[in-house]
Design a protein. Structure first.
Length: 86
């Protein structure tokens, strides 16, 4: 699962806009906009969600799921060491 807040935060960490994320994930800009406008967990076609997650991970972002180890706990994003960049 990925939340809309995680998507926006991941883009901010990478310094990319919605258009760039759409290009990296092979999706349309309106699809990215709908995903980011979702309240809470992003809902959509599983293949589209997977494409976004994989694109963010390739760009150097690690998504942290609910209950995953982190300093404060909860959800969030963090840059992996040595990101490859978009």
């Amino acid at each position: 699962m990925i939340t809309s807040a995680q998507m926006r935060a991941a883009r901010a960490l990478l310094g990319i806009d919605q258009k760039t994320l759409a290009e990296l994930s092979g999706l349309s800009v309106p699809t990215i906009q709908r995903m980011e406008a979702s309240p809470g967990n992003v809902r959509g076609v599983v293949a589209s969600l997977t494409s976004v997650v994989e694109a963010l991970e390739r760009a150097g972002v690690e998504l942290i799921g609910e209950g995953a180890r982190s300093f404060e706990g909860g959800r969030g994003v963090r840059l992996k060491s040595g990101p490859t960049g978009p």
